[in-house]
Design a protein around this ligand. Structure first.
Ligand code: AMP
Ligand code: MN
Ligand code: MN
Length: 335
């Protein structure tokens, strides 16, 4: 666990790792499985920064199904994305990854690389990799990525800024969550000053989805259950979605990732849970708390990770079993 942010020595080591890489050396960027706006935005924005520095062989990838969620397909720097990672890159840089399990088969690429740098902001970060820039107080990994680019003397431009803005807006719930500090707004102001259009970006990323995704959301929300006695009486609301639900509405799995937002708005529950099927007997679980429970503790206990108020893990068995396990663990992690 890393509770304090990167020291001057960490920053200097990260700058040195980049500066000692040759312009034609292979640099592999990796973000977490099922990437979100912060994973892709911090990785592609940083990748564009490396291009500005003259690096010619930069690739970006992530483990698992190589599907970029529709809202992120137009991110600047998307041409850096390649499913196939370099087999022996000189430098590997990892974005928004709390633990090696989120790197899947690519974890070995990090371990084997002559140099690696990990940029992250999860308090649950397990401390893997060479140089670790892990700042649990950062609202998004893009905050750390921008800090490293500025130390590498790469000025922000509109393309880099759009990537970092998407990352920042995603992880702060559009500047609504508690970690939306003065410095978050200051960074947002510097990003917007490059000429990017926040309204247009937000519409594309958050407020646009296929009709089928809306119908699917309606169905899944319709089966939500409120358990008012859970979490020491603070309440828990939960729902689930199966692969059959996705198929019926012709939707890809990532459309379920925003479902937690309407679910967590339920006033009677501190904790919200969405259980999303990824295979037979395997579920991706999203947990949120309004403050009563440290849900990252629950997630870590199940082999996952995250932040105090937003976390996740992979659960096994029936959806109801997964929820029963969460319900049991909640009482152990009351704040
Ligand atoms: P999500 O519910 O997928 O939006 O994830 C919420 C937070 O939990 C994010 O910070 C994720 O990085 C983290 N998280 C989700 N699933 C896992 C997992 N299986 N292992 C580690 N961290 C996770
Ligand atoms: Mn993420
Ligand atoms: Mn993040």
């Amino acid at each position: 666990m890393t509770l304090s942010g990167p020291t001057a020595e960490h920053w200097a080591a990260a700058v040195e790792a980049v500066r000692s890489t040759g312009a034609d050396d292979e640099i592999q960027l990796i973000c977490h499985v099922n990437p979100d706006g912060d994973a892709l935005g911090s990785m592609l924005g940083f990748g564009l920064g490396l291009r500005r520095l003259g690096f010619t062989r930069v690739r970006a990838t992530f483990p698992g199904d190589f599907v970029v969620p529709e809202p992120y397909r137009l991110l600047p720097g998307s041409d850096l994305l390649e499913p196939e990672a370099f087999s022996e890159p000189r430098l590997v840089i990892v974005f928004d990854v709390a633990s090696e399990s989120r790197l899947g088969a690519l974890a070995s690429r990090v371990a084997a690389a002559p140099a690696s740098v990990v940029l992250d902001h999860h308090a649950s970060n397990t401390g893997f990799g060479g140089v670790r820039l892990v700042d649990p107080h950062a609202a998004a990994t893009s905050v750390v990525a921008e800090g490293l680019l500025s130390r590498l003397k790469v000025p922000l431009d509109a393309e880099i800024a759009e990537c970092f803005y998407v990352a920042l807006a995603t992880d702060t719930g559009s500047f609504k969550f508690d970690m939306t500090t003065v410095s978050v707004h200051e960074l947002a102001a510097r990003l917007i000053a490059t000429g990017i259009r926040p309204g247009e970006i937000s519409r594309r990323i958050f407020d646009s989805r296929p009709f089928g995704a809306m119908k699917l959301t309606g169905e899944v929300i319709g089966r939500a259950v409120l358990d008012e006695s859970a979490a020491g009486g603070r309440g828990m609301v939960w729902t689930y979605a199966t692969l059959a639900d996705l198929e019926r509405h012709g939707q890809p799995p990532y459309v379920l990732d925003s479902l937690i937002d309407p679910v967590r708005s339920v006033a009677e529950a501190d904790v919200s849970v969405v259980v999303k099927q990824v295979a037979t007997g395997e579920w991706s679980v999203s947990l949120r708390s309004k403050g009563a429970v440290d849900v990252s503790g629950v997630a870590v206990a199940q082999g996952g990770g995250g932040h105090r108020l937003a976390a996740g893990f992979t659960g096994y068995g029936e959806a109801a079993d997964v929820v029963a396990t969460v319900r049991r663990l909640l009482d152990e992690h009351l704040n």
